[in-house]
Design a protein around this ligand. Structure first.
Ligand code: AHR
Length: 510
């Protein structure tokens, strides 16, 4: 049967069938972890049109804005409940000098963004603009500090500028319009220090990390949560060395993983075959093994689980849209991206005892974005809809589920499960299920049973599209948008659900 599923998945057989899934929801399980809100985190970099045009148009723009932040994007992001926003990079962070981005905007230096297309960066979006945005969104700021080309003193002073309530840095901040210090929790000490952030070895960086971390002080009641730069994908040695050498000085260790099959031929974001779809899903699901293995190393050095793992860059990375600057990483976003998001978010919930944050790359106009803009126009991407549907899990208590899934296999041999699910209970006691059927060929019939719960009502939303390559275009009716879900039947022994091929569902069960 499983072999048949693979053949169907690879498009080699054209039978139409329905997968039968038995999903057990253990709502009576005790001592379950809370799903950190930060699992639904975002990342914003001075890259392409992420910050400029995507978020910030300036107060004098013709594009409707609130103090310079474009209104449409701001409202869309508020609805998303962004819990944490990482900034200013990425690779950009290790060439960012924060003093360039304070004071009167007209006097700020203009620099070349050497990482991303050589674009002129006028620094009109700096520390104040970022931290005020976080306040507007209700998001925790996650500052990514410059280790690669900066100094210990520069980072120490930045922390003081943002968070101290007295002294010269506080006075400078007040002179620039902000008397009260901000609260800044997350401080990343370097980004990709094995690559664009300094090209260091793990041994060397672990000493550098400790030096920077030492002088990043807590001011005025602010408590920093210090994040060491972690591994690239499956570089387990990096995690081992950092845990060996610097574990006492860190609150979290990061990890980066992009769902890229071949960095030299990343493939089109919109024009792909069924086999390429399954290959990308197989690639993205390699994160399961990565999380398991990095966590196992962390367990060895930190058995009590004090130090968090933060997957602070993840997502799809395809060729840029034809005709756009290759250094700006602007890609479209299809129902395939939505499926990638759903599979990852369901999976992350399984690791939340150690995994405390994940930041999809990136929030606007770059890589697997939430929203895309074109001048004054904006579209919500399929990925946005998944994040909005799944945000019911933010801060909720995990409810364990179990099920047997089949396997979808691409020609490359990469595999992905043919069903994905997760559940949580919110503060009001309401149970939410998030489900995905990634098969392009088969509907899934899901029999849901509970330990004790006798469901009375079920309601929800479904995201699906006429084809997996569908995406939302500027100025057109959205091709991918959620609608009310009507295919649930409540029975004495649970629920029966029908999940169409390539669909994502969120349910509220009472
Ligand atoms: O997200 C784009 C880039 O990917 C980031 O700048 C860098 O950290 C990573 O390599």
């Amino acid at each position: 049967m499983r072999h048949l599923v693979s053949l169907l998945a690879a498009g080699l057989l054209c039978l139409s069938a329905s997968a039968q899934i038995r999903l057990s929801v253990h709502e009576t399980a005790q001592d379950q972890p809370v799903i950190p809100r930060e699992i639904y985190g975002q990342f914003s970099e001075h890259l392409g049109r992420c910050i400029y045009e995507g978020i910030w148009v300036g107060p004098d723009s013709d594009i409707p804005n609130v103090n310079g932040y474009r209104t449409d994007v701001l409202e869309a992001l508020k609805a998303l409940k962004v819990p944490v926003l990482r900034w200013p990079g990425g690779c950009f962070a290790d060439e960012y000098h924060w003093r360039d981005g304070i004071g009167p905007r007209s006097e700020r230096p203009k620099i070349l963004n050497s990482n991303w297309g050589g674009t002129l960066e006028d620094n009109s979006f700096g520390t104040h603009e970022f931290l005020n945005l976080c306040e507007l969104l209700g998001a925790e700021p996650y500052i990514s500090g410059n280790v690669g080309s900066g100094t210990v003193e520069e980072l120490a002073k930045w922390v003081e500028y943002m968070t101290a309530d007295k002294g010269s840095m506080a006075e400078l901040r007040a002179a620039n319009g902000r008397k009260e210090p901000w609260k800044v929790k997350y401080l990343g000490i370097g980004n990709e220090t094995w690559g664009c952030g300094g090209d260091m070895t793990a041994d060397y960086y672990s000493d550098v990390y400790k030096r920077y971390a030492l002088y990043a002080r807590n001011f005025s009641g602010n408590q920093l949560y210090k994040v060491a730069c972690g591994a690239n994908a499956n570089d387990y040695n990096w995690t081992k060395v950092l845990m060996q050498n610097a574990r006492d000085k860190m609150d979290g260790l990061s990890l980066h993983f992009y769902s890229v099959i071949d960095w030299n031929r990343k493939g089109s974001a919109t024009d792909f075959t069924a086999n390429e779809y399954y290959d990308v899903l197989g690639k993205t699901m390699e994160v399961d093994e990565l999380l398991r293995n990095h966590i196992s190393i962390m367990d060895t050095y930190d058995p009590r689980g004090r130090i968090a793992l933060l997957l602070d860059e993840w997502g799809t990375w395809f060729e840029v849209e034809p005709g756009t600057n290759p250094g700006h990483l602007f890609q479209q976003n299809t129902m395939r991206d939505a499926m990638v998001a759903a599979l990852n978010l369901n999976l992350f919930n399984r690791y939340v005892r150690r995994l405390k944050m994940a930041n999809i790359a990136q929030i606007v106009n770059v890589l697997q974005s939430m929203v895309l803009t074109d001048g004054p126009r904006m579209v919500l991407t399929p990925t946005y809809h998944v994040f909005r549907m799944f945000n019911v899990h933010q801060g909720a208590t995990l409810v364990p589920v179990d099920f047997q899934a089949g396997v979808l296999r691409a020609d490359s041999g990469r595999t992905c499960p043919d069903f994905s699910a997760s559940a949580s209970r919110d503060a009001e006691g309401v149970l939410h299920l998030t489900l995905a059927n990634p098969s392009l060929e088969k509907e899934a019939t899901v029999k849901v049973s509970f330990d004790n719960l006798k469901p009375r009502t079920v309601s929800g939303e479904i995201l699906k599209a006429a084809k997996i390559q569908a995406y939302n275009e500027f100025g057109k009716e959205p091709a991918v948008a959620p609608v009310a879900y009507k295919d649930a039947k409540v029975a004495a022994d649970g629920l029966t659900l029908k999940l169409p091929a390539a669909s994502v569902v969120v349910l509220e069960v009472r």
